[in-house]
Design a protein. Structure first.
Length: 101
């Protein structure tokens, strides 16, 4: 009866908390660290300045946010970049390819 059952979430066991790679946590941690340092150094009541101070944590949090069909937003952006920057001329090498010599 050779039926094999592979769980759908088998890759999640390799991730930290089921969602993050070490690179994701380093990226998010650095964004939060920069934000904390800026919060300690800059004393302001201006809402625009506060949004700029919080932007490193918000941006890195957005980049490591999981989305369907991709690991996270950062991986999706990398895939878009490689699609548009790589060669897009595809050569057919199928079984009915006529070899001209």
């Amino acid at each position: 009866m050779n039926n094999y059952l592979i769980p759908a979430n088998s890759k999640k066991s390799q991730l930290i908390l089921g969602f993050f790679t070490p690179v994701d946590l380093i990226l998010f941690g650095s964004g939060v660290g920069i934000t904390l340092i800026l919060l300690l150094l800059v004393q302001s009541t201006n809402i625009g300045i506060m949004i700029l101070i919080l932007s490193p944590a918000l941006i890195t949090g957005f980049l490591v946010m999981p989305i369907p069909n991709y690991h996270n937003v950062l991986q999706f952006i990398v895939n878009i970049y490689t699609f548009f920057s790589e060669r897009r001329r595809y050569y057919w090498r199928g079984w009915c390819h006529d070899v001209e010599e």
